[in-house]
Write a protein that binds this ligand. Sequence first.
Ligand code: BES
Ligand code: MN
Ligand code: MN
Length: 456
Amino acid sequence: MTFDEHLAQSDSTYLEQLKEILAIPSISGISEHRDDVQRAASWLRDYMEAIGLERATVRPTAKNPVVTAEWLQRRGAPTALIYGHYDVQPVDPLALWTTPPFQATERDGRLYARGSSDDKGQVIAHLQAIASLIAVEGGLPMNIKVLIEGEEEIGSPSLEQFIKDNKDWTQADVVVISDTSMMEHGLPTICCGLRGLCEMEVHLETANTDLHSGLYGGAAPNALHVLVQLLASVRDGQGRITIPGFYDGVVEPTSEERKQMAALPFDEEEFAQRLGVDQLVGEPEFTALERISIRPTLELNGLWGGFQGEGPKTVIPNEAHAKITCRLVPEQEPERVAAVVAEYLTQAVPAGARVRVDLGHVARPWRCDPASAPVQAAVQALEQSFGRSAALARMGGSIPVVEVFDRLLGAPCVLMGFAAPDSNAHAPNESLPLESLRIARRALGRFWHELGERGV
Ligand code: BES
Ligand code: MN
Ligand code: MN
């Protein structure tokens, strides 16, 4: 039996197996789901053992476990490390889901569930490609280690330490990741860049207590007004960040890069329509695709304070709060950007108010070398499987550990993603086209052969 025949024959079993792990609500950001996170890790360990990987192990970290397994019998051949994550984002607002998020449901040729595309579906596609290779060929074309973590959606706080503590085990010639999306349906896409990230929380205080707005209004500072004015001043009217030093180190794209980006399929009007907005925003000198992938941003993610209960309340709030994240591009340093933002907010706050900025997680931006052997092997395998030439695109999302692999292991990373542009990752009704799942398994099987033959 050929590899493709084995995949075809296993299709319904493979789908049922994916549904099993999708049923486990392994939300890393909500502490009540700690047991579910553990269950997902154990499920993966058992699954990896069952398909013929060796030494499948749930390994504790300071927070959520990492699951590892390996197949290292191809002596002299290069070794790849497959990375993915089994944790998922929260599901609220639950009311907007057509079917329950943790009851994977097939509809219109897609599988709907939280994690179907980000990232359990893509992780399982990898494991099922391995399962069929082992079943049909008795082994793998090269040596493979698998590392699936449970903290990606909260910024991978334990993973850098895990890699440092397990440097020998983690060492590989190449890192392979499927945790990104395709630019359009049927267009194989290799992600060649990720933005970095820095998180902040802003806490602003005015008077020593909330105040009656009739007795004090007009003379007492209002924390909400102070905060919204302060935050409004970080952008000009055209989406540029006005904070001094924010853009320091940003590498401007060359005209060649801009030409290549302009050739990628991206329709601004259709993009706006999909979002339900009649106008896109941002730096006028960059295309929308450039703005969402190779330009840095500062976004308010949440803003709170004052009275939010039922009915009116004539009050002057004395506290206001905001959550902010910046997306970063090469060569911005997250700690430095966080520092200039914090510095600006503390300097620009007017008299009558005090502001404190707490720094959260950071991730560095990353870029790939499109000419590397593993990227070229991926191009080849994807083109053969999809019958279309592959697109190489930098993307705006972040996967914190990718830059860490680069820095600590010195190994090239290949990001072959199979989620759809309309997969709704992190949103209600997340889904993965069943066709993407099937093509991913086939393409990944081809990729291991291609890379095994080419070498790294
Ligand atoms: N898989 C995504 C990242 C992604 C998706 C990159 C599509 C490029 C294209 C990942 O799970 C994710 O959501 N990352 C978070 C990281 C954050 C929580 C530290 C992100 O980008 O917001
Ligand atoms: Mn992901
Ligand atoms: Mn995600």
